[in-house]
Design a protein around this ligand. Structure first.
Ligand SMILES: [Zn+2]
Length: 310
């Protein structure tokens, strides 16, 4: 038997000895019909037929009018939930300098959301992910973390991974070493201040990051560069249906999906996208979880186009 719906005594004035209490109104008692309705609503093993239509049951002594305040709870079981995978977010050093996907055979996928935190769209997306028990990775802009620290905190509190996406979203290839370091370090500091954790991975804005820069940041800060294998071009705002269609067409085992919680259309696309991926059998990992599944550098790294809005 599943858990019965909860209700308070006030909702259902069930007094087994109610009929002997002189002066109580009908509303304080429970009729046989009311009792049987209640019994049926509680589920298996205690239904009207258990007593038979003519068999006196324990409710006969109880008289009341129908309960008018009780409502059957809404059934809300239609949203699929990703099973708990029992894979901890790794704590060891990341196993390579650059990743755009991880060649695993199981149907694992990492959803990544860039350019937040956004005060409305990010919480809306977090609701969708929580409802489905899905873990994702958020590549945040440090400046936005300083603007919306509570949203960043929620990202971490709800079990998602938070990654570094620079402080001001400038193309890092245009900067000198000191300025490039500053962009990344300031974001590490902002995330730590807001959430208490440090990002473990970096996604450079526009995917633009020279090999020597990647190597330097990996060596000095332990941050691997994370690109992507699926790009729905959601920043062009083609509409939620197209965003969803492109992601579903592109995902293969070990994919890293790029998208942006900055854009409401992208968030609008997520319920259908996530549900369809689950129907295909995909399970969701954070980026660090996914890359930990493959030791060594596993990259298809250098041919990523850099559209203007990433
Ligand atoms: Zn970006």
């Amino acid at each position: 038997m599943t858990s019965p719906p909860s209700f308070s005594g006030q909702d259902l004035p069930l007094h087994p000895s109610g009929s002997s209490r002189a002066g109580e109104g009908d509303e304080s008692r429970l009729s046989r019909r009311g009792f049987l309705t209640l019994a049926a609503s509680l589920g298996a093993g205690f239904t009207a037929s258990a007593y038979g239509a003519d068999t006196p049951g324990p409710s006969d002594a109880v008289k009341t009018t129908a309960n008018t305040t009780y409502r059957t709870p809404q059934i809300s079981g239609v949203v699929q939930r990703c099973p708990d995978l029992g894979i901890p977010i790794p704590t060891g050093p990341p196993p390579g300098v650059t990743f755009s996907r991880v060649p695993v055979t199981d149907q694992f996928v990492a959803m990544t959301f860039d350019d937040g935190p956004h005060p409305q769209n990010t919480p809306r997306l977090l609701d969708m992910l929580r409802e489905r028990n899905i873990r994702a990775t958020f590549y945040v802009i440090g400046r936005n973390v300083d603007l919306y620290p509570a949203v960043a905190r929620r990202v971490v509190a709800e079990g998602h991974e938070i990654g570094n996406h620079s402080y001001t979203h400038r193309s890092l290839t245009t900067l000198g070493d000191a300025a490039m370091h500053d962009e990344i370090k300031k974001t590490q500091d902002a995330v730590l201040r807001a959430t208490g954790v440090l990002p473990r991975t970096l996604r450079p804005p526009y995917g633009a990051f020279r090999q020597n820069q990647r190597q330097a940041i990996y060596t000095e800060l332990g941050l691997p560069t994370i690109l992507w294998s699926v790009d729905p071009l959601d920043w062009k705002r083609p509409g939620p249906a197209i965003v969803s269609q492109r992601i579903l067409a592109g995902v293969t085992p070990g994919a890293i999906v790029l998208s942006h919680d900055l854009h409401s259309q992208t968030v609008d696309a997520m319920p259908a996208t996530l549900d369809a991926l689950m129907l295909k059998g995909y399970k969701f990992l954070s980026v660090s979880q996914l890359i930990a599944m493959k030791g060594g550098d596993s990259t298809q790294t250098t041919t990523v186009a850099a559209p203007a809005e990433h």
